[in-house]
Design a protein around this ligand. Structure first.
Ligand code: 5GP
Length: 130
């Protein structure tokens, strides 16, 4: 069971944003920028491009709804999209609110994000999720 499956199962706490039958969205614990959100499938697959076409299309459409909520809740110009997957072997899409290109520099992560700020941001994004 991956760490993300444990989060989905509620065994590990997270700052939850949204979920449906197939996907789950929550704040990255070491964000590159406040509002940095991960979208994951509930069924474990390591590599995103091993996901079947229909499921992958649905995942991207779910991520689009999350991105719209981030854009509504966070001061930003756009929401950037990245797939890395080098650390956690459970496919995930990174969504990051951007004011500048540097806001998506994965070498500059916030190692100890303020818990109260993370809670408020998760609530604000969640409230804007449609
Ligand atoms: P990647 O696999 O895309 O290279 O990186 C995995 C991402 O998951 C990282 O940005 C990391 O901060 C995030 N992450 C790893 N473990 C946890 C966790 O337990 N909770 C949350 N919310 N994020 C995590």
């Amino acid at each position: 069971m991956t760490i993300f499956s444990k989060i989905i199962a509620g065994e590990i706490p997270c700052y939850k944003i949204a979920e449906n039958d197939d996907f789950f969205a929550f704040l990255d614990i070491n964000p590159v920028n406040y509002g940095h959100t991960l979208v994951v499938p509930k069924v474990e697959t390591d590599y995103i491009f091993d996901i079947d076409d229909d499921h992958l299309a649905k995942m991207m459409l779910f991520a689009k709804r999350v991105a719209k909520a981030i854009k509504a809740a966070m001061p930003c110009r756009k929401v950037g999209v990245t797939v890395l997957g080098l650390e956690v072997p459970h496919a995930h899409i990174h969504l990051v609110p951007l004011k500048t290109e540097g806001d998506m520099d994965f070498r500059n992560k916030i190692s100890n994000p303020d818990p109260e700020k993370m809670k408020q941001i998760a609530e604000a994004i969640s409230e804007n999720f449609e």
